[in-house]
Write a protein that binds this ligand. Structure first.
Ligand SMILES: [Zn+2]
Ligand SMILES: [Zn+2]
Length: 286
């Protein structure tokens, strides 16, 4: 069986000590992968990593979490004590990376309304994020790449609507004749209704280990057609049960596939075949 981990961060510092071993474990399980950039520095380092390894492709983009100042440093991702936010998507800089043959998509970018910096006006915050997302949708159009979207709704009732806002931005860009190659909503945690609306826009969704955490995502996964689905680890984050809380790695994408097979009542081989074909087509992997 072949699997594609459609969204990993194997080039992050979390794997600096043993990345080659982790990659070997993935290969032993028939897994190829996309390693995803989150800012300019990790877009560059992702290309470096993909360049060195067969069966590894990469993406470039600016994650919504790096648009504003934030008070925490994710040591899995960044080695600086005080990383600087990028604030704007600097097209000229990213353009220098986009033609690399290993770069298969633009992202991850999108909207994350779950962590608003203290004291920041909510509307200003959301507007900044929408602008940076719009810039990257247009960049993807210009360079004829699919997009990898990160979209997370608000943690509080007054900051909801990330999926609605994201679909508005996507529909606007499609309305301009853009993003012909469409894309994926990664780490999908929305409802069946959300998935159907994304399907209407021609978008895939990708499922992480969250499908093993409880009943709500599993219920949606049961109804969403496999033909709209990819699988991912989002490693080093989101280890599936029974490894929850440990560092995640691409080999564990098999556990995600198995969980999908279980809730849908289909074979693991069927999940592997369809999700691999979906990833090959979206990212044009050879
Ligand atoms: Zn993400
Ligand atoms: Zn990610």
């Amino acid at each position: 069986m072949d699997f594609i981990d459609s969204h990993a961060h194997l080039h992050f510092p979390a794997f600096s000590a043993d990345g080659a071993e982790v990659l070997q474990r993935a290969r032993d399980n028939g897994i190829s992968l996309i390693t995803v950039g989150t800012k300019f520095a990790t877009s560059m380092s992702g290309i470096d990593f993909a360049e060195q390894h067969d069966g590894v492709w990469c993406t470039i983009g600016l994650h919504p979490g790096h648009v504003h100042d934030h008070n925490f440093v994710d040591e899995n991702e960044e080695t600086h004590d005080k990383p600087m936010p990028e604030r704007e998507f600097d097209e000229a800089r990213y353009k220098s990376l986009v033609s690399h043959p290993k770069v298969v998509a633009i992202g991850e970018f999108g909207l994350d309304y779950s962590r608003i910096p203290n004291g920041m006006d909510v509307e200003v915050f959301k507007n900044d994020q929408r602008n940076v997302a719009r810039q990257q949708l247009q960049f993807a159009t210009k360079h004829n790449k699919p997009v990898v979207i990160h979209c997370r709704g608000g943690a509080t009732a007054d900051v909801t609507g990330a999926h609605d806002d994201m679909r508005t931005l996507i529909a606007e860009e499609i309305g301009r004749g853009g993003i012909e190659r469409r894309g994926v909503i990664h780490c999908f945690t929305g409802t069946i209704d959300d998935a159907a609306k994304y399907a209407d826009l021609g978008f895939l969704i990708s499922i992480t280990g969250i499908v093993t955490f409880g009943k709500s995502l599993a219920a949606a996964v049961r109804e969403i057609p496999l033909e709209q689905m990819m699988i991912e680890t989002d490693c080093p984050y989101l280890s599936p049960v029974p490894l929850r809380g440990k560092r995640n790695e691409p080999a564990n994408v098999v556990l995600v596939a198995q969980a999908i097979a279980d809730v849908k009542g289909v074979s693991l081989a069927e999940v592997a075949r369809v999700t691999t074909e979906n990833a090959r087509q979206l990212f044009r992997l050879s």
